[in-house]
Each structure stands twice: as structure tokens, then as C-alpha cells.
Design a protein around this ligand. Structure first.
Ligand code: SF4
Ligand code: SF4
Length: 276
């Protein structure tokens, strides 16, 4: 199964859930798709090999062939290329690598050149993978695509996604067999959870909710699950020991067998839910 772990809101405990699940299963592939801030490695401590750069193709203009006709700028839907007087200005950071300007140029003045936007790192057997987007780069989808190309065809895969419900999350959860939505019992948590629920419903992926930092305020999430007919798979209490362990890079499953059993039960519920 490919299990994607996402949350509408950052800081809800998405990595706690995905790394704990990865640690509790006898074997699986863990892929950290939160490329702006991957932190699964802090808990899973893989021995990383040499990073592989992630490259994209961006246009480069040969001014000797260019007559400043402006067709490239008109073709670009992302304003990544502009023609000002007799100059062509490129903004490679916002280029979406679609190649439209290349096709539009009547003078064959544009060629594509490689540009590095980040890296993918893995351990020896690819059971751990994460991507890192370079600082200042706004487009992370090519890194997610590179990570997903290395998904193993056998065994379970856990995809730790970025927070939110943007296109990078869509790219990460696409083709998943099941989504775990991690939330917390706050009005912000519920607000962003509703957006994440809309997304997974629209994509037709079976899903359930894990409530982290469960407390006396959990009622708002319980009511939402009941009203919407959503499975509440598991609750992790708001607990000082768990929070202190997390701040030292230790998850409850590492020193408490009962938590391991709870995560195995979570996996079994997912197995049943994925077939619905
Ligand atoms: S490749 Fe696409 S996005 Fe990039 S500059 Fe050309 S038209 Fe714009
Ligand atoms: S379409 Fe080609 S020739 Fe026209 S401005 Fe752009 S690069 Fe220059």
C-alpha cells in the first residue's frame, strides 16, 4: 500500500505519525515529501548516501538570433520571460519548465539549459528518501516527481507530505491507496482539516483521521468526524512526555511497546479502509 500522511495545517504532528508508523512496521519505504522542511531523518536517522541533484530545464536566449519579436513572452503563462525594448529578460525561478516559449520562438533563438533546484538523498537500499528544495526556490514539484519515481514496487510506502493542500500535496498524494489526515483539536486545526478532507474526497482517495494532541477540546474533531461519517483512526494525547521526547528527536514508539502496538493497529485499520 502507498499511504500518504498529510495535514491541512503545519505543526499538527504529521511527521510524528508517519515516522512512528514507519518504525512500527517490519519493513516499509519512507519518503519525506515535505521538501521545504524535511525532518523525518531526525527521527529515523538513516545513513544517507551522496545526494543526487534535481535539475529542471529552463530557457536560455541566444541574442544573436533574437529579433525581440515578443512571441516568447506572449506564450509564457507564468510571466517568467519578458521582452523589454530589445532585451529578453528571464526569471528562471518562476519558470514552470513547460517549453512553450521554445515552441513559440520563430527564430529558434531559445534553447533549454539545466538548472539545479534541490537534491534527493537516500540510504543505501532506498528504504528512506527525502528531498530538499534549495533556499529561495519556489517550485518543488520536480523534486516530488523525482522522489516518486523511486517508489519501490513491492512492500508498503509511507509518504510524509507537505502541510497544506497546494499542488505539491496533490502531486504527493496522487496514486496513493490511502490518506491519513493528521489534525489537532483547535479551530485552526478543524478549518484546515476541512480543506484537506475536500481535497482527498475530490481525488477519490480513501482516508481517515488521526487526532494528535487530543485533549478536553477534542469534541470539535469528534463532532466533525461523526457529522461527515469519517473514520477517526487514532488519538494521540496532549502529553508532556511525548512533547519532551519529540523535542529530543525521540518518538513514543521508540521507548514504549504499547505505542508500537497502537501503530500496528492503525496500519490494520488502514488496510481495511483502503479496500472500501
Ligand atoms: S518554459 Fe514555460 S514557463 Fe518557462 S519561460 Fe518558457 S513559457 Fe515560461
Ligand atoms: S520569441 Fe524568440 S526571437 Fe522573439 S523575442 Fe523571444 S527569443 Fe527573441
Amino acid at each position: 500500500m502507498k499511504i500518504a500522511v498529510l495535514s491541512g495545517k503545519g505543526g499538527t504532528g504529521k511527521t510524528t505519525v508517519s515516522a512512528s508508523l514507519a518504525m512500527s512496521l517490519p519493513s516499509c519505504q519512507y519518503i519525506d515529501c515535505d521538501v521545504e522542511e524535511p525532518n523525518g531523518a531526525i527521527f529515523l536517522m538513516p545513513e544517507l548516501e551522496k545526494p543526487s541533484p534535481v535539475k529542471v530545464l529552463v530557457p536560455e536566449v541566444d541574442m544573436a538570433k533574437c529579433d525581440a519579436c515578443g512571441s516568447c513572452a506572449k506564450a509564457c503563462q507564468f510571466n517568467a520571460i519578458a521582452v523589454v525594448k530589445d532585451n529578453v529578460l528571464m526569471f528562471p525561478e518562476i519558470c514552470h519548465h513547460c517549453g512553450a516559449c521554445l515552441i513559440a520562438c520563430p527564430n529558434e533563438a531559445i534553447k533549454e539549459v539545466e538548472r539545479v533546484i534541490g537534491v534527493v538523498e537516500s540510504n543505501k537500499d532506498d528504504s528512506f528518501l527525502h528531498g530538499k528544495l534549495d533556499v529561495g526556490e519556489p517550485i518543488s514539484i520536480p523534486i516530488i516527481q523525482q522522489l516518486k519515481r523511486r517508489i519501490k514496487t513491492k512492500g508498503d510506502v509511507i509518504l510524509d507530505c507537505s502541510p497544506g493542500a497546494s499542488c505539491v500535496v496533490v502531486q504527493s498524494i496522487e496514486d496513493s491507496d490511502y490518506c491519513i489526515l493528521v489534525t489537532e483539536p483547535t479551530p485552526f486545526g478543524l478549518h484546515d482539516l476541512k480543506i484537506a478532507v475536500q481535497l482527498v474526497r475530490k481525488m477519490g482517495i480513501p482516508f481517515g483521521i488521526v487526532l494528535n494532541k487530543a485533549s478536553d477540546d477534542s469534541r470539535i474533531i469528534h463532532e466533525f468526524c461523526r457529522e461527515e461519517g469519517i473514520d477517526l483512526l487514532m488519538e494521540i494525547p496532549f502529553d508532556q512526555d511525548i512533547a519532551e521526547g519529540y523535542s529530543r528527536g525521540i518518538l513514543p514508539v521508540q521507548n514504549d511497546r504499547t505505542w508500537q502496538e497502537k501503530f500496528i493497529k492503525l496500519y490494520e485499520k488502514i488496510e481495511r479502509g483502503a479496500g472500501k
